[in-house]
Ligand binder design. Structure first.
Ligand code: GLC
Length: 429
């Protein structure tokens, strides 16, 4: 089995739990057309405030319902955008007025969320944007933000000092990691250093200092890899792409987590029609675990504070599958090197129970041939109903296929079990 590089944070629970909920919630929920709309439409700060800050009133907000939806889907942790690139803060920070208590919401929205998820035994993660298109000290660069190509951008930078903004980041981190109890994940987003110095990276965020603060306040927190530091982080975070194989850094496998959306944008998007089905998302979760990774699936709640019906539908679908199949997800990882999954399948493996899980993405005619497993399986069953799966072919069938000596053939029922992705549980000897 692959061993990942050792890092300072506590990733033991993380690689066991495998499945979490990402939540992107901020003022952009009102625009309802992507969390980057301030950038995309070049909306000036005052205009953004006038439209969205003044009208943010999530009157139906009930984080208990969000937490129920996450727990029901089998998720074990959540990561919430405490602040996204727009600069708006969900909690009652002392360091800016641009925060939920000063909107019509009139309260800290983060604290009750943390409590609700904890009550249901989900671990707590904070996403925090390094970019800030609202803060008066944040230096306007040519890459991102509403003023990136504004003719007066340089003039507007007079009086701004990135070092002051870095202090703000430091202060906010201090609040987030001291006011909400134990934090399990800290998820900064993102760095964009450029060779000509026009981007932003570790010097602009004072990443080293931030890093030390994080480890001082929450030494075991699982930290993501976007602070532009070569080491010290715990988890690699590919987004909107599924890795082909277990991701490596300097040739060594690392702890990793894919973060993905239902439909493309992270914040609530009313008109996006490109929603993935529960089936596709279940397969994505399986795919992550089959390569030793986690899956962080994003929801974008509405401006009234509810999860979108489309999201609830997908989460219920995933939950139905997880109720019967979570045994092939929790505590599981990539299968031992010598067993290679047949076409249209994925393996996961639980090293503690020594069971291998065959996830069948396309139901076969009758048999599946498992290379490398002859003589190694003691018993096999379908996971959804614990019904026995036959091992080995009868002689008559066997004569008709080229059947290597190391190959074990399993015999499946003609009718696919009525679950999104059937799983065969293989008890190894
Ligand atoms: C990004 C985007 C973003 C999203 C994030 C999630 O880099 O800026 O909007 O929050 O990735 O991974």
């Amino acid at each position: 089995m692959l061993q990942t590089v050792k890092t300072p944070g506590d990733t033991k629970w993380f690689v066991h739990d495998r499945f979490g909920m990402f939540i992107h919630w901020g003022l952009y929920a009102l625009g309802a057309r992507h969390e980057w709309l301030m950038h995309a439409e070049r909306i000036p700060v005052e205009e953004y405030e006038r439209r969205y800050f003044k009208h943010f009133d999530p009157d139906l907000y009930d984080p208990g319902q969000w937490a129920d939806a996450a727990a029901g889907a089998g998720m074990k942790y959540f990561v919430i955008t405490t602040k996204h690139h727009e600069g708006f803060c969900l909690w009652d920070t002392k360091l800016t007025d641009y925060k939920a208590p000063n909107t019509p919401a009139r309260r800290d929205l983060l604290q009750p969320m943390v409590e609700a998820f904890r009550q249901r035994d989900l671990r707590v993660g904070f996403y925090h944007s390094l970019l800030d298109w609202h803060h008066p000290q944040y230096v306007l660069d040519k890459h991102f933000g509403p003023y990136r190509d504004h003719p007066d951008r340089e003039k507007m930078n007079a009086g701004r000092k990135q070092a002051n903004y870095a202090k703000y980041l430091y202060g906010q981190t201090q609040e987030l990691l001291t006011k909400f109890g134990k934090i399990d994940i800290m998820w900064y987003d993102f760095s964009f250093p450029k060779p000509d110095g026009s981007g932003k990276g570790k010097a602009d965020w004072d990443s080293e200092k931030l890093y030390k603060l994080v480890r001082k306040l929450q030494p075991k927190v699982v930290l993501d890899d976007r602070l532009d530091l070569p080491a010290g982080w715990d988890v690699k975070t590919p987004e909107q792409i599924q890795p082909r194989q277990w991701p490596c850094v300097d040739g060594k496998p690392v702890v990793w987590e894919a973060c993905q959306t239902f439909s493309g944008s992270w914040g609530y998007h009313r008109d996006e029609q490109s929603w993935r089905s529960s089936n596709e998302l279940i397969r994505t979760l399986i795919d992550c675990v089959s390569k030793g990774g986690n899956f962080l699936l994003n929801v974008g709640p509405t401006g009234r504070g509810e999860l979108d019906e489309r999201a609830l539908d997908r989460l219920r679908g995933i939950g139905q599958w997880m109720r019967l199949h979570s045994r092939s997800i929790y505590g599981c990882t990539q299968a031992p090197e010598e067993v290679k999954a047949p076409t249209d399948t994925r393996y996961t493996y639980n090293p503690v129970t020594n069971r291998l899980y065959l996830h069948i993405f396309a139901w076969p005619y009758k048999h599946i041939h498992l290379d490398g497993l002859a003589g190694k399986v003691e018993y096999a069953q379908l996971l959804n109903d614990a019904s026995e799966v036959g091992l080995g072919m009868d002689e008559w069938h066997g004569k008709q296929v080229a059947h290597g000596e190391k190959t074990l053939t399993i015999v499946l029922p003609q009718v696919k079990p009525n679950v999104e992705v059937p799983v065969v549980e293989l008890f190894l000897k």
